[in-house]
Write a protein that binds this ligand. Sequence first.
Ligand SMILES: [Fe+2]
Ligand SMILES: [Fe+2]
Length: 291
Amino acid sequence: MRTLVHLSDLHFGRVDYSVVEPLVEKVNEVKPDVVVVSGDLTQRARSQQFKEAREFLDRLPKPQIIVPGNHDVPMHNAYARFFKGLNKYKRYITDDLEPFYSDTEIAVLGLNTARRFTIKYGRVNEDQIAAIRERLCAFGDEVTKIIVTHHPFDLPEGGDENELVGRARLAMETIAVCGADVLLAGHLHLSHTGESSARYKIAGHSALVVSAGTATSTRGRGESNSFNVLRIKHPFINVERLSWAAESARFTPSSTEHFKHTPDGWTRVPDEMAAEIVYSDEKTIAPPTDS
Ligand SMILES: [Fe+2]
Ligand SMILES: [Fe+2]
């Protein structure tokens, strides 16, 4: 089994500080194999905001797969936007804009979808589509292939199509050929899970699409702060959402969904069947016997 913590839209500079310490504690308690952060680490791409984000990340388990969001590119200073772009992100967070992790059970690829020429929207380019092919296609079905972007490949019902990552359809053809299983994103400040086949009709392929809400920002679009924990044991994935409960001042489970890989892609497992799925690798240890 592999456990991923998926955080998004931290927005240092516009953070509810009362949730930060309990978040650090909870993420460490989960003991994830990988921590994913899907962009918008800062509110305005300022040095102080990146420093705070860096201190926060330093307190979380590693490895970490981090991608920038549109807020990590300077917005209102045109000179900085066009000539400095992601310089501060690279200085404080990571200069790797295509982070990658793999082991015998999962492969996780991060792609930067933030762009200088658009303040809010994002896209993938052909080099990034080639990276998906190079990094992920070689893995067999037993390895769960995960792609992390800031801008999402799917939306909750009624969402604005402009928020989708640009060139999503083109990318999805390669994602399908490589059999990528899970697409993690943020940007919407709304939690959402869906199957890619609802939007992209590609025979025999349906990736699980997961958007995380904002983990620490004060701008929750009506949702309390939250993050996701994914437990992966092929052919099953459990997506658990932990949401901030102000009354107990803790992140507590607010939903749990189970998905199974089938010849047509990832499909939802009904709740009554989910109880029988065993994700843990822990073996039962026989009690000592008297001799
Ligand atoms: Fe955001
Ligand atoms: Fe964003």
